[in-house]
Design a protein around this ligand. Structure first.
Ligand SMILES: N[C@@H](CCC(=O)N[C@@H](CS)C(=O)NCC(=O)O)C(=O)O
Length: 87
């Protein structure tokens, strides 16, 4: 299961669309950036630049959990994980 920390913005939607297209199971955690929730210590532990989107993949490399932030890095990670949308 992939935990997605996100909000309804274009950068967030990039990751939502990729997860849907890859058919990966995921759970969304809304981070209301208008209310300042991106500055909560629990979120900063996952996304130290206080920006959505971010993910935690409990089944990361070698079965270990991994957290990622930056939408481009997340897209590349999901593409590599699934072998989809990458040459
Ligand atoms: N380069 C980043 C940009 C992410 C970004 O700008 N996120 C915005 C929403 S689209 C955000 O979380 N802003 C909250 C803040 O800067 O405090 C990416 O592609 O993930």
């Amino acid at each position: 299961m992939i935990e997605v920390y996100s909000w309804a913005t274009p950068n967030g939607h990039k990751v939502h669309i990729m997860l849907e297209e890859c058919g990966l199971p995921y759970r969304v955690h809304a981070v209301d950036i208008g209310a300042g929730e991106q500055f909560a210590p629990e979120f900063l532990a996952i996304s130290p630049n206080n920006k959505i989107p971010a993910i935690v993949d409990h089944d990361g490399p070698e079965g270990q959990p991994i957290s990622l932030f930056e939408s481009g890095a997340i897209l590349l990670y999901l593409a590599a994980k699934t072998g989809r949308f990458i040459p």
